[in-house]
Design a protein around this ligand. Structure first.
Ligand SMILES: [Ca+2]
Ligand SMILES: [Ca+2]
Length: 337
């Protein structure tokens, strides 16, 4: 079914192609993509600080701590939160815990900030950090935001100083919101995805070397030592079903130290969604990330990165295959187009 026409497509075309395959399914299934507009409800208690500083505490566990107080300079309403950091540690500021969340739902987290210093919004749950963009504050209100799939029924939110040195600064926070965006994200069809191949060389990351080799898929592979983004901006299939990612790779050694990771690139940093170690060194092997990925979590595109503790280790990547079937054989993977 997926034969010649799928070869030699550019990365942009491939992205469109995946969408079209699914659009075909959507019209066939009579899929109603029009998600109903719902009023956004924030789950943060006292995220507007109209009730003083209830629910908010200093980020620091030991003295000296940031001093939190209510300010009469609001973004919205009558009050905001004033944070005065001691300037003795790199990370200082305020935090709160937001509860009554639905595990495995996607949330949009936002806050307005004003004042001095460089800060960022970050969220923590289930041993996973999500960092927002480092923002230099000024005397106008700026919005900080991140998206995160929450794994538990609560998440900790932090607005803290960021950068290489400690900062003794004063800033204001207002209108902190956590909104469930699961429904709008999941307005993609619940569709099977036939094995689809993305050649590493078509999606090569920055500064990654492409090597021609007639013995690999499509006659080329990419290679890089650790911390190289081997593939960048790989389109993720737009299906609500879990998708397995298989990779055909080669590693020089250090199979216990270095691995391939699936990452989201966000302003301000990367978030690791999954990792897979190689089974054998110095041999081309197909490996499959153990846990499937969801559109809810990945969104439109992702990165495959070589990561680990061994500095001089080399990884070659021929390509990846994505499918809703988690039991594809090496032969089926080789034949995927
Ligand atoms: Ca307010
Ligand atoms: Ca290839």
């Amino acid at each position: 079914m997926h034969t010649k026409p799928y070869q030699n497509v550019t990365r942009r075309n491939r992205s469109i192609l995946i969408s079209l395959v699914l659009l075909g399914f959507m019209s066939w299934a009579g899929w109603d993509a029009g998600a109903q507009e719902k009023e956004e409800v924030s789950l943060v208690k006292n995220g507007d600080f109209e009730q003083g500083i209830v629910g908010w505490v200093a980020y620091e566990k030991k003295e000296p701590k940031s001093v939190l107080s209510q300010s009469t300079d609001p973004y919205d309403g009558r009050f905001s939160l004033k944070v005065e950091t001691p300037g003795t540690g790199q990370l200082e500021g305020a935090y709160t815990v937001v509860g009554e969340l639905v595990p495995n739902n996607r949330y949009h987290i936002s806050a307005y900030v004003w004042g001095e210093g460089k800060v960022l919004l970050c969220a923590y749950d289930n041993n996973r950090w999500t960092y927002g963009r480092e923002t230099t504050l000024s005397n106008s209100w700026q919005r900080l935001e991140i998206d995160k799939v929450i794994k538990q029924n609560a998440v900790s939110l932090y607005i803290i100083t960021s950068g290489p040195t400690a900062q003794k600064v004063t800033f204001l926070i207002d209108k902190v919101e956590v909104v469930n965006t699961t429904e709008e994200t999941l307005s993609v069809p619940w569709a099977d995805v036939a094995p689809v191949c993305c050649e590493a060389e078509d999606y090569k990351g920055k500064n990654v070397k492409v090597t021609r080799d007639s013995s690999v898929k499509s006659g080329a592979y990419v290679a890089g030592t650790r911390w190289y983004d081997l593939m960048d901006r790989v389109p993720f299939p737009q299906t609500g079903k879990p998708v397995y990612i298989y990779a055909k790779g080669w590693i020089s050694g250090d199979i216990d130290k270095n691995y391939l990771g699936v990452y989201l690139i966000k302003e301000g940093g990367r978030e690791e969604l999954g990792k897979k170690y190689f089974s054998t060194p110095q041999e081309w092997v197909w490996i499959r990330f153990d846990v499937p990925f969801s559109y809810l979590e990945v969104g439109k595109e992702f990165v495959i990165r070589h990561n680990g503790s061994a500095e001089n280790c080399l990884v070659k990547l021929d390509g990846i295959v994505m499918a809703t079937d988690g039991n594809l054989t090496d032969r089926e993977l080789e034949n995927a187009r």
